[in-house]
Design a protein around this ligand. Structure first.
Ligand SMILES: NC(=O)C1=CN([C@@H]2O[C@H](COP(=O)(O)OP(=O)(O)OC[C@H]3O[C@@H](n4cnc5c(N)ncnc54)[C@H](OP(=O)(O)O)[C@@H]3O)[C@@H](O)[C@H]2O)C=CC1
Ligand SMILES: O=C1O[C@H](COP(=O)(O)O)[C@@H](O)[C@H](O)[C@H]1O
Length: 509
């Protein structure tokens, strides 16, 4: 089995079933477990991608018991997949592998109880001592839980089986807390056994970025400053803070989306070709390109970055409140719900090419996409008067929704006169597969069980991403953001003005 070859062996891995293991799911009664994790596990199980022995030990404070946990997860799976999406026979086998333990994850004593339960469950379920810990609890607990696991002797890989840990985001709240968390985790798990979750890496179209760039001979020769004018990376959501106001007040959009998800996409677009598809080779290049990102100075932040906060407005025709009126949010909050950073890479490939990276809540549409704007070719015979639209070629990679790749090219408009019009040549992912693409968590959970870490974030990537955004966070913390865009708009006007100063416009339909 060639699992270390990363995505090259995708065909092989599609058939490969991981060894039996037990997932110890901390935060089993929480939102993420119900909305994403257990539905993803069940889908994998139902599709025959997990071994029959696969087992979950759910852990949280609530008193649920095995049956209560199973009933709760059954309801969660139905909500996620629809009642018709649950195969009864598969569910009854899957549910027999769900166990629950009520414990206080801050109490060392409770880890001894957890160890005993694991021993019993492993013997009953024949999971060969393989353990996958999943930290789906508040990030304030991450370091403590790992230390308690280590002290209780639960973090070791040994002859009895492997032991790995998945850590949810956010990984730290700034550079120093992320480094401290890394140090604490590394005391008990070595890097190969740490899986730092960034669910954007599990999205089908994010994985497609590497395929698009490196499996097509036509793009790489053009992928540089000679042919590319600028790049836009947009992660826009019409959603607000959805009951997570208290968390968001501590986070803001730079910590919540840009430092992690947007930078992952950015690095895949900007990196050099890796030497191979080995996880370390790919992750080396992603870090290397971020190493060459120009640091933010106060001058650059003022000239090349924009922040915003949504005020009241309309989403899909319905009125919605402003950020400051959201539950759990201070009425005078200065937290930014929108940010746009102009990234520049001081390397031979990207000299002079701005990468505009933006993310915002309560924006007009849900769209995550990369727009690669090519330069106007030399010797274009057709004058402005003959053109009906004025963009040079664009490659638009729509990550979600309606996953697609569009090449915008100039064509002759039908008719006697020679008029040049932009036309979109699009490939829609839905044309290759019935139904929506697999959930990001499905791919990522399976990879962690197979020991494949390509789509997880390495320590140095987390570190570098924090290093880059810290000057922005520090500068912006000197005074707060004020409401400056209406919910349901494309964000602050200042972001459009900034692009206009360079002769650029956002790809907004
Ligand atoms: N929800 C989401 O959409 C996303 C979440 N994440 C990350 O996932 C993680 C989990 O988030 P989410 O599910 O939303 O959080 P929730 O607040 O919904 O769940 C928290 C969980 O932690 C448990 N818990 C709290 N204190 C203790 C304790 N002392 N001992 C044992 N268990 C405890 C809770 O148990 P009980 O309820 O029984 O008290 C609950 O199961 C976080 O790191 C978050 O940042 C990342 C991306 C998206
Ligand atoms: O991690 C997070 O991501 C979601 C957006 O994820 P998506 O898969 O729906 O694009 C975001 O809403 C949330 O605030 C953030 O914590």
């Amino acid at each position: 089995m060639k699992v270390w070859d990363g995505i090259e062996t995708v065909g092989e891995r599609a058939r490969e079933i991981p060894e039996p293991c037990t997932m110890i799911l901390f935060g089993a009664s929480g939102d993420l477990a119900a909305r994403k994790l257990v539905p993803a596990l069940f889908r994998l199980f139902q599709e025959g991608q997990l071994p029959a022995e696969f087992t979950v030990v759910g852990v949280s404070l609530s008193q649920l018991g095995n049956e209560g946990f199973r009933a709760r997860m059954r309801a969660a799976v139905e909500r996620a997949h629809g009642a018709g999406g649950v195969d009864e026979a598969a569910w009854s086998v899957f549910a027999r592998g769900l166990f629950y333990m009520s414990m206080d994850i801050t109490s060392a004593w409770d880890y001894a109880r957890l160890g005993e339960l694991l021993g019993q469950v492993e013997a009953e379920r024949r999971t060969r001592g393989n353990r996958l810990f999943y930290l789906s609890v508040s990030p304030t607990f991450f370091g403590d839980v790992v230390e308690r696991l280590g002290e209780a002797g639960l973090s070791r890989s040994n002859a009895k089986g492997w032991s790995r840990i998945i850590v949810e985001k956010p990984f730290g709240t700034d550079l120093s807390s992320a480094r401290e968390l890394n140090t604490r985790i590394r005391r008990h798990f070595d890097e190969q056994r740490i899986y730092r979750m960034d669910h954007y890496l599990g999205k089908e179209m994010v994985q497609n970025l590497m395929v698009l760039r490196f499996a097509n001979g036509i793009f790489e020769p053009l992928w540089n400053h000679r042919h590319i004018d600028h790049v836009q990376v947009t992660c826009a959501e019409p959603l607000g803070v959805e009951g997570r106001g208290r968390y968001y007040e501590q986070a803001g959009v730079v910590r919540d989306m840009i430092q992690n998800h947007a930078f992952q996409v950015l690095s895949l677009i900007a990196m050099e070709p890796p030497a191979s598809l080995d996880p370390e080779a790919v992750r080396d290049e992603k870090v290397r390109v971020l190493e060459s990102a120009r640091p933010f100075t106060p001058e650059r932040i003022h000239a090349e970055c924009v922040r915003g906060q949504y005020g009241p407005g309309h989403i899909a025709g319905a009125p919605v409140c402003g950020y400051r009126e959201e539950p759990g949010v201070s009425p005078t909050s200065g937290v930014e719900t929108y940010a746009m950073l102009t990234m520049r890479f001081d390397n031979a490939r990207w000299a002079g090419v701005p990468f505009y990276v933006r993310s915002g809540k309560r924006m007009k549409e849900r769209v995550t996409e990369v727009v690669v704007q090519f330069k106007e070719g030399r010797g274009n015979l057709f004058g402005m008067e003959q053109r009906e639209r004025l963009s040079a070629n664009q490659l638009i990679i729509r990550i979600q929704p309606q996953e697609s790749v569009t090449l915008r090219v100039a064509m002759k408009a039908p008719g006697r006169a020679v008029r040049v019009r932009d036309m979109d040549m699009s490939y829609f992912y839905s044309s290759m597969r019935e139904g929506p693409p697999p959930e990001a968590y499905e791919r990522l959970l399976l990879d962690s069980m197979l020991g494949v870490s390509t789509l997880y974030t390495r320590e140095d990537m987390v570190d570098r991403a924090w290093e880059l955004v810290m000057p922005v966070l520090d500068e912006w913390s000197k005074d707060g953001a004020a409401p400056n865009y209406a919910a349901g708009s494309w964000g602050p006007e200042a972001a459009s003005r900034l692009l206009a100063r360079h002769g650029h416009t956002w790809n907004e339909e």
